[in-house]
Design a protein around this ligand. Structure first.
Ligand code: FES
Ligand code: FES
Length: 170
C-alpha cells in the first residue's frame, strides 16, 4: 500500500492578511507552525495545541478557526487573517484593540490575539451582539489572568462604538 510521505513539501497558495502568499509546507505541518515559524507572524499564539484554549484562533474565509487544528495544506485558496491584520498601522490600534486597552481586557496578553480574532468575526457578523452573545462566543477561549469580565466589557464597548460609526445619526 502506498504510504504518505509526511516530510514531502507542497506549495500552498493562499491569501494572508490581504496579500497573495505562496508557501512550502510538509504534509503534516500545522497552520500555526506555518504562520509562526515559516512566515514569521508570531502574533498567533500557541498554548494547548489541542484545540482547547483558543489562543491560536485566526480567521479562515471570515470564520474563526483554530490554527493548531488546521493543516497548512487546508488553507490552499483560502483567505486567512491573523491578528497582525487588525490594525491598519502597527502604531495605531484597531477600535477593538483600543477598547481592550481602555477596559483592561488583557494582562499577560497570551490569550488576547485569539480572543480578538474571534470577536472581530462576531462583531462583523452580528453587530448588535449583546453581553450573552459575547459570553457564548468566547466560551471556547481560556484566559488565566483577567477573569473574563473586562474582556466582555471591552467587547461590548467596541460593539457599541462600531454601531455608532455605522449609523452616526441613530
Ligand atoms: S493552541 Fe490552539 S486551541 Fe490552544
Ligand atoms: S490575559 Fe493572560 S491569559 Fe488572558
Amino acid at each position: 500500500m502506498p504510504r504518505l510521505n509526511a516530510a514531502r513539501k507542497h506549495t500552498i497558495d493562499f491569501t494572508l492578511n490581504g496579500k497573495a502568499v505562496s508557501a512550502e509546507a510538509e504534509n503534516r505541518m500545522l497552520l500555526s507552525d506555518l504562520l509562526r515559524h515559516e512566515i514569521g507572524l508570531t502574533g498567533t499564539h500557541v498554548g494547548c495545541e489541542h484545540g482547547v484554549c483558543g489562543a491560536c484562533t485566526v480567521q479562515i474565509d471570515g470564520k474563526p478557526a483554530r490554527a493548531c487544528l488546521t493543516l497548512a495544506q487546508q488553507v490552499r485558496g483560502s483567505d486567512v487573517r491573523t491578528v497582525e491584520a487588525l490594525a491598519p498601522d502597527p502604531a495605531v490600534l484597531s477600535p477593538l484593540q483600543a477598547a481592550f486597552r481602555r477596559h483592561h481586557g488583557l494582562q499577560c496578553g497570551f490569550c488576547t490575539p485569539g480572543i480578538l480574532m474571534s470577536l472581530d468575526a462576531l462583531l462583523r457578523e452580528q453587530p448588535d451582539a449583546g453581553r450573552e452573545d459575547i459570553r457564548e462566543h468566547l466560551s471556547g477561549h481560556l484566559c488565566r489572568c483577567t477573569g473574563y469580565a473586562t474582556i466582555v466589557e471591552a467587547a461590548l464597548a467596541a460593539a457599541e462604538e462600531q454601531r455608532k460609526e455605522e449609523t452616526p445619526n441613530a
